[in-house]
Design a protein around this ligand. Structure first.
Ligand code: COA
Length: 185
């Protein structure tokens, strides 16, 4: 497995696969407001196991944020097929704040799917932290490129993190999407 030290990404841990400890980061929720109390969020980023209690939380969160609003849900087959994916979640204590998963496409490419942050915590930097964590895992594991099908409404988020649109608009689960990708330097 290639060992590379990424040049950027504050959440990199070279011992990621050697330690049972999740990576802990602290987010200041309203640092831009001077002379006021700043709320801090102690957030742990970790890889979770398919079929575990954490996985059930992840399915619930994804269902609430990504599926229920569209009137659809996950089939048992769909969830079973996730067992070889890298499942990533952000936690505050026992509460899951957000998640995503990585799926191997080939030796060079890994696909990001099912990225979601709790509705009331969106826009506070949690998605950015999860995505940078996922990118570092992908880079550490030797992948050269991350690809995804991004909802049209989320493309500005991914563009801020260096992803480029590389397809025409298409429809998936009934809503407009674009294929996006990022080279992992
Ligand atoms: C898309 C999502 C995962 C982003 O996570 P988040 O925690 O809200 O994003 P962050 O707070 O880390 O945002 C990072 C930057 O992107 C911007 N951003 C986030 N979502 C955005 C959006 N939909 N449109 C435009 N900008 C967005 C933020 O303003 C922030 O900008 P800044 O660095 O200039 O302050 C989250 O909003 C979400 O779960 N959305 C609903 C589900 C969804 O669409 N998932 C993606 C499926 S492809």
């Amino acid at each position: 497995m290639p060992q590379k030290t990424p040049e950027k990404g504050p959440f990199y841990s070279k011992n990621l696969f050697c330690t049972p400890q999740p990576l802990i980061i602290v987010k200041c929720l309203n640092c831009s407001i001077p002379n006021q109390f700043n709320a801090f969020l102690l957030m742990a980023l970790k890889i979770i196991d398919h079929g575990s209690k954490e996985y059930q939380q992840m399915v619930q969160l994804r269902n609430d944020i990504l599926r229920k609003p569209l009137g659809i849900s996950f089939s048992p087959d769909e969830l079973e097929n996730e067992k070889n994916n890298t499942l990533i979640a952000a936690y505050e204590d026992d509460k899951m704040l957000g998640c995503c998963m990585l799926i191997r496409q080939d030796a060079e490419e890994i696909r990001l799917r099912q990225m979601a942050v709790l509705n009331n915590l969106q826009g506070k930097g949690i998605g950015r932290a999860i995505l940078q964590f996922a990118e570092n895992i992908a880079r550490d594991t030797g992948y050269k490129k991350i690809t995804m099908h991004s909802r049209k409404t989320s493309t500005p988020f991914f563009e801020k993190l260096g992803y480029k649109i590389c397809s025409d608009e298409f429809s998936e689960i009934g809503i407009p999407h674009f294929e996006m990708e990022k080279r992992l330097a």
